[in-house]
Write a protein that binds this ligand. Structure first.
Ligand SMILES: Cc1cc2nc3c(=O)[nH]c(=O)nc-3n(C[C@H](O)[C@H](O)[C@H](O)COP(=O)(O)O)c2cc1C
Length: 221
C-alpha cells in the first residue's frame, strides 16, 4: 500500500467482526511500529496488548461502570474546554456518527445505547494500551506515544485491520491496572482498539471532514 493511501485511507473503525486477530499479526505490527521516532530515541512507550478473556473482562467492566454512572477518571484528564472552532468539529463527528446510525438527536435511549456500546469498545477483539513511566515528566513522551499509536493504526490498516484510538478505553484506569496488571507507577496514556472491520457498515463509511490546508498552514517565505 502506498504511504499516501495508508494515511488518507485509515479511518476510525467502530464496528468489528468477531474474528480474533492472530497474535503473529499483532506482533508483526509492533515489530514494525517500534521504528517510530521519539525524542532522543528514548522510546518512552510501554504497550499492553489485551485480547481474549482479558479483553472481554475489560469491555464488560468498562460498560458496567458507565451504565452505573461512575464518572470517568483517566490518568490524563480528558480536555473539556475547546476553542469554538474545534468544539464545532468535535460536535460534527458526533453528529456524523449519530446520522450514520440513524439516531435522532432527541432519541436519548438510542444515544445512551450507543454510548454503552462505545464503552464496550465497539466489541473489538483487541485493545492496545499505551502507558509511560510516571517518572518521565516531559510532555515530549506524549508526542512520542502519539507517533507510535498512529504508526500502529497505519500498519494495521495496511494489513486489512481496522483501529480506533479511544479515550473511553482508558476512562477507568483501575480496570486496566487490575486486569492488565499495569503498575501504579505507570501513567495510562491512551488506548487503541483493533480488529477486522465490518467493511460496508454505515458507521465505518460515513464521510469524514477535514479543514483545508490553507485554514491551518502559514507559508513563510
Ligand atoms: C486521542 C484520541 C482519542 C479518541 N477517542 C475516541 C473515543 O473515545 N471514541 C471514539 O469513537 N473515537 C475516538 N477517537 C477517534 C476520533 O473521533 C477520530 O480520530 C476523528 O473523528 C477523526 O476521524 P478518523 O479517525 O476516522 O479520521 C479518538 C481519537 C484520538 C486521536
Amino acid at each position: 500500500m502506498e504511504i499516501a493511501d495508508a494515511v488518507t485511507g485509515r479511518r476510525s473503525i467502530r464496528k468489528f467482526k468477531k474474528d480474533p486477530i492472530p497474535e503473529t499479526l499483532i506482533r508483526e505490527i509492533l515489530e514494525q511500529a517500534r521504528w517510530s521516532p521519539s525524542w532522543g530515541n528514548t522510546q518512552p512507550w510501554e504497550l499492553y496488548v489485551i485480547t481474549g478473556k482479558a479483553m472481554e473482562a475489560v469491555k464488560e467492566e468498562n460498560r458496567r461502570r458507565i451504565l452505573d454512572g461512575s464518572p470517568p477518571c483517566p490518568d490524563i484528564p480528558m480536555p473539556l474546554e475547546w476553542p469554538d472552532r474545534m468544539k464545532a468539529r468535535y460536535m460534527g463527528v458526533g453528529k456524523s456518527v449519530l446520522t450514520a446510525l440513524d439516531i435522532a438527536r432527541e432519541d436519548k435511549e438510542s444515544r445512551s445505547r450507543y454510548n454503552a456500546d462505545m464503552f464496550h469498545l465497539f466489541d473489538a477483539p483487541c485493545l492496545i494500551v499505551a502507558a509511560q513511566d510516571k517518572s518521565v515528566s516531559s510532555r515530549y513522551a506524549l508526542i512520542d506515544i502519539g507517533l507510535i499509536l498512529q504508526n500502529i493504526c497505519l500498519l494495521a490498516h495496511g494489513k486489512g485491520l481496522g483501529t480506533c484510538i479511544m479515550a473511553v478505553s482508558i476512562a477507568y484506569p483501575d480496570v486496566l491496572r487490575s486486569i492488565a496488571k499495569i503498575p501504579e507507577d505507570r501513567i495510562i496514556v491512551m488506548g487503541v482498539v483493533a480488529g477486522y472491520p465490518e467493511g460496508d457498515s454505515a458507521i465505518n463509511t460515513f464521510k469524514r471532514q477535514r479543514t483545508a490546508v490553507d485554514d491551518f498552514v502559514s507559508w513563510i517565505k
